[in-house]
Ligand binder design. Structure first.
Ligand code: GLN
Length: 232
């Protein structure tokens, strides 16, 4: 007998630009580690889906209000999110790091942020981390919706630094985005796929089974290598 939801097209929310996890290629197609993993898992587990690039915070809110079935967006697995969402097995280890302008030689540590502005992205772990040390180091937070807007604010010199996920900032720096990293990564949560608690359990089961299959087949490693090179 056919599975009850076999004909369903799942709606999956994602970030707009969070390379190398999701971004548009030259043809406007959404690509990246998250997009390729989802595509391969859907093929392996035989389900249909549609991706909605809403932005990170908007995607998480859309999930909470039931407007999307799932979110894959370099979303860190945290205790707070586990209260609201059902998170998959981790698929990539991450953490928060500080980025500063490439030609800035005066910021070497959090102490140097004193009296300055720091760009953060609403609804992210980077925001939470910056907020948690803002009073101690005496800086002010400037919130943005997109990672690219944060980077621009640092490049124009309005903010002296930003906090974003290490693999994303490192990828950007390697692509000459005008920033550099001068501090160590803070310990952070691994990325997971999210559905609402008590909803779309079959989708979560398929994601986890598909992910395990991709790890066994070597396709998981191939996808990471495609975006991160050999040491990905
Ligand atoms: N990993 C971070 C978080 O979950 C940022 C995700 C993102 O900006 N797409 O908060």
């Amino acid at each position: 007998a056919a599975e009850p939801n076999s004909g369903k097209t799942y709606v999956i929310g994602t970030d707009i630009t969070f390379a190398p996890f999701e971004f548009q290629d030259v043809n406007g197609k959404f690509v990246g580690i998250d997009m390729d993993l989802l595509e391969a898992i859907a093929r392996d587990q035989n389900f249909k889906y549609e991706v909605k690039p809403l932005g990170f915070n908007a995607a998480v809110q859309a999930l909470e209000s039931g407007q999307v079935d799932g979110v894959i967006a370099g979303m860190s697995i945290t205790d707070e999110r586990k209260q609201k969402f059902n998170l998959s097995e981790p698929y990539y280890d991450s953490g928060v790091v500080m980025g500063i302008k490439e030609n800035n030689d005066s910021i070497k540590s959090y102490e140097d942020l004193k009296g300055n502005k720091v760009a953060v992205k609403t609804g992210t772990e980077g925001y939470r981390f910056a907020e948690s040390i803002a009073a101690e180091y005496g800086f002010r937070i400037v919130p943005f919706d997109e990672s690219s807007q944060m980077y621009d604010d640092v490049k124009t010199g309005n903010s002296v630094a930003c906090f974003d996920d290490y693999p994303v900032l490192r990828y950007g720096v390697e692509q000459n985005n005008g920033l550099k990293i001068v501090t160590e990564m803070e310990k952070g949560g691994s990325y997971g796929f999210a559905v609402n608690k008590g909803k779309n359990q079959e989708l979560m089961d398929k994601f986890n089974t598909g992910l395990a299959n991709l790890k066994t087949s070597g396709e998981y490693k191939t996808i990471l290598g495609k975006y991160l090179g050999e040491d990905g």
